[in-house]
Ligand binder design. Sequence first.
Ligand code: GPQ
Length: 742
Amino acid sequence: RGGETRVGVERMFGLMDRFLKSDPSSLQKDILDHVEYTVARSRFSFDDFEAYQALAHSVRDRLIERWHDTQLHFKKKDPKRIYFLSMEFLMGRSLSNSAINLGIRDQYADALKELGFEFEVLAEQEGDAALGNGGLARLSACQMDSLATMDYPAWGYGLRYQYGLFRQVILDGYQHEQPDYWLNFGNPWEIERVHVTYPVKFYGTVEDENFNGGKRKVWLPGETVEAVAYDNPIPGHGTRNTITLRLWAAKPSDQIDMESYNTGDYINAVVNRQRAETISSVLYPDDRSYQGKELRLKQQYFFVSASLQDIIRRFKDSHSNFDDFPEKVALQLNDTHPSFAIAEVMRVLVDEEHLDWNRAWDIVCKIFSFTTHTVLPEGLEKVPVDLLESLLPRHLQIIYDINFDYIEELKKRIGLDYDRLSRMSIVEDGAIKSIRMANLAIVCSHTVNGVSRVHSELLKTRVFKDFYELWPHKFDYKTNGVTQRRWIVVSNPSLSALISKWLGTEAWIRDVDLLAGLQEQAANADLHEEWRMVRKVNKMRLAEYIEAMSGVKVSVSAMFDVQIKRIHEYKRQLLNVLGIIHRYDCIKNMEKSDRTKVVPRVCIIGGKAAPGYEIARKIIKLCNAVAEKINNDPDVGDLLKLVFIPDYNVSVAELVIPGADLSQHISTAGHEASGTGSMKFLMNGCLLLATEDGSTVEIMEEIGKDNMFLFGAKMHEVPALREKGPTLKVPLQFARVVRYVM
Ligand code: GPQ
């Protein structure tokens, strides 16, 4: 470097206070500066939302400091990096979580108080980032928090949808969907990286080209779309490690499509280019139903291609060839949604980096691992070959080539068992020829992860039996977890304080196993009393919310019985409602004197139905119809209430879970791959009513059968029951309602 530059650097360091300060008056100054210069409001006149924006920017500044240091640190160390590829992340709100993980939430609260604001009130101003559907997407968010906290050099990659999961509005008992344009008021938690962009290509043809005396394939794409990076810093707790969730947005490419310009229709050419943005515009609201839509495929390839260009660019920054690629790069596929990554890595290595096919294949087999989240074979993604051929012609060839080599190898291993060969093939022949994405992922991954022990057993014995017999070493599981930072510290601060007080340490916030230390105090009456008080206050908060949202007044001395999750037949919200009908019927038919023995109960149900899932929509209507009947019966009064909480999302969960006494996880055994809601309730001291399914089986072993309410058929009993058909009798007065709604 020349002398001039060095002087410049020294001058810069001289001007820079190494880190932003976090004493009350520095924080106050920061917030007010952001009110004036970022939000552009007078520091003497701003409302709660503007105060939230300024506060968020002040926290963001501190995040950015750590984030820069983290990137620098890992760039220097060049460790093996974990790349977590997921179509969905359900992050919810960021303010409290970030301030807590940075360790400065209380300082902010004090600083704000003097300015006349309350931290919690401002936190309520933030909307949810709902870039996902349900459990799978929230798991991704919890994982990012844990990776950051545990000091991993990890990156999350996904899509920056302009419209997140729809907002649910209930009108006349029916679900209506409203678009969630969550970026309307800006998003302080992301950093737009206008210089981190990559071209992503679609369509076109594949031609043969002469190369080194032989032939090679060249893809001549027909459309180019630009991917722009938006970085979301994810801070760990009790560490400076702050990792990146990089989400891609689609923008029209600068590369001019000469054809459209030649037509002379300038306006149309510009309008057509603008269409590129639709790729990242909206999240598909279906939880596990695959419709073979072109836009969905475009989304999948778009985020995979941009992410891989980014990952390979980072690798090449410090490596001159691909020898060390498997030692430096681990790619985790979150379900099959990102599995085009496999064909894309092959394409880049062979077509662009000119590695020979076998060497590229060897690398691919070492870098991918695959997590599957489903139990049902019909839930597995299939991509119609016709669609793929037009959208990604070169990738289709590569998948065919992978399949050819693999089937040849397979024949050597298992012989000419054509049934089995056709079941195991990546390509499915039939009326609609298609690519089985799960088979592609299994063949090319070194590890196939289940999400609970039972799930893993089902994968080995049913869903992927053929593959397990061939490659038993590939099959593994990691039972899902949830982060206690979000689900206790952020959502239940009073319980968090109580736990720290009784454990005499806050170390459990980083190491959840330490919660077991509370067992020593299990019989302590003072602890019980304090815990009850915490629950009571949380129930009061929830009761206020229920009244505001549904107009129903509920008694906080009643038992709050909660089932919140996506609406699915297998999750059996219908069974819950039928149970409530039965309870109502029993109360009505009881002698008045016996009613004193009934434990008053508020049943709370919440969740969204995929817009095209008719039965799920009707379950919502049924729930509201039954609620209408019960809640307006003065004869039953506080003995029984039913509330459907609209627009269930991460923030609603944070409010409901700490106030629940009993929670329901009653999927038909053998259907819930894991389930994570139960863990959130459990860590808040809520009782579980559950079937032996997914992770419940392990929870049962951990806490003991006596500490939960288990019921229902076991997995092995389900097939016979199905055979027998329904035996349930619905009370007459409700039979009409059920029939009418369903
Ligand atoms: N899960 Cl296949 C989803 O939320 N969406 C999906 O499309 C699929 C699975 C859930 C699954 O139902 C739960 O049992 C798991 O706990 C969760 O993924 C995370 O693994």
